[in-house]
Design a protein around this ligand. Structure first.
Ligand code: ZN
Length: 313
């Protein structure tokens, strides 16, 4: 409780449960819930912070020659298939359907609609899907000959994962800023490891008590459990985590080594003809924004001056 004229008391993270965190964000007017779990409307305060986070992260770039791209929230279906995401995470994929019929098909659709039937059966898959990872749309657009010094790219965009949840950290669609490097195994590993340290430092500057943890992805099914174990054992992926609730740590970014996976499937190769390796660090812009509201409270004016300054608020 706060009294007029008194400093507003902030509830510091970690919250006891994701429900408590969600309620604080909704009560603070930071997010608005919709009829579907994991689909939030963001407030202008959220957007201001998110853009500040993007600017803060971009300010840490070292490869100043890197091209920067802001992707739309859709990507070519054919490119998406090459990422193998459908094989590994079929449960998370989001495809888009469109209506391509004429008057006759429209009448049939309206009939089903009026009867409360499944009108989506009258749609067909579009040539675009929702990206599952922000760097996926990148690889198919790059020159396939990778120069000896490697290729640096930066991209920002939306990522969709179908995992409805009331946990405010588990959004179905969210933005990530990525620094990507394509090159030799050594260049890729150095990118992942250097950026992990740089990333932790950048997030610490925002007052976030962040740490790194070896991680694995939620690969689907029985084969997936082996893939996940292998990913963890080979230490390919590190997450940057904060404790926003007492239930589980929240990953607000990750640094990943893809080995030659994308080089192989997208035909990117080194001078000796072998597939290029790649690595990316992704800063979860919406997750970092969430973490900032959880740690510093829902009143932007009460945030520490150095954090407001780093975010240009
Ligand atoms: Zn990536």
């Amino acid at each position: 409780m706060s009294v007029a004229g008194e400093q507003v008391e902030r509830t510091p993270a970690p919250y006891a449960t994701p429900d408590d965190l969600r309620e604080a964000l909704v009560d603070g007017g930071v997010i608005h819930l919709t009829a579907v779990d994991g689909v939030h409307h963001r407030s202008w305060a959220w957007e201001r912070v998110l853009r500040g986070v993007e600017g803060h992260v971009m300010g840490k770039r070292v490869a100043t020659h890197a091209t920067q791209r802001w992707f739309p929230p859709i990507m070519p279906r054919e490119e998406f298939l090459k990422t193998d995401y459908v094989r590994s995470f079929p449960d998370l994929v989001g495809s888009i359907d469109v209506f391509t019929g004429g008057d006759k098909e429209h009448r049939a659709l309206l009939e089903v609609l009026e009867q409360g039937g499944d009108w989506t059966a009258h749609l067909t898959p579009a040539e675009v899907v929702l990206p599952s990872s922000v760097c996926h749309p990148l690889y198919g657009t790059l020159a396939q000959d990778v120069p000896a010094e490697g290729v640096d790219e930066e991209c920002s965009g939306w990522s969709f994962r179908h995992e409805p949840s009331l946990d405010p950290a588990r959004m179905q669609i969210f933005r990530i800023y990525e620094f990507v490097r394509i090159g030799t195994p050594e260049q890729s590993l150095a990118h992942r490891d250097d950026w992990l340290q740089r990333g932790l430092a950048a997030l610490t500057e925002l007052g976030l008590p962040v740490r790194s943890e070896a991680a694995n992805d939620p690969f689907f099914g029985r084969v997936g459990r082996m893939l996940a174990a292998n990913q963890l054992e080979s230490a390919l992926k590190y997450e940057m985590c904060v404790d926003l609730t007492e239930v589980r740590p929240t990953a607000i970014g990750s640094s990943n080594y893809h080995e030659d996976h994308f080089g192989h499937t997208f035909g990117l190769h080194l001078a000796d003809g072998t597939p290029a390796h790649s690595a990316c660090i992704g800063f979860g812009l919406d997750r970092i924004t969430l973490a900032l509201f959880a740690v510093h409270g829902t009143d932007l004016d009460a945030w520490p001056e150095e954090v407001r300054s780093a975010l240009a608020l």
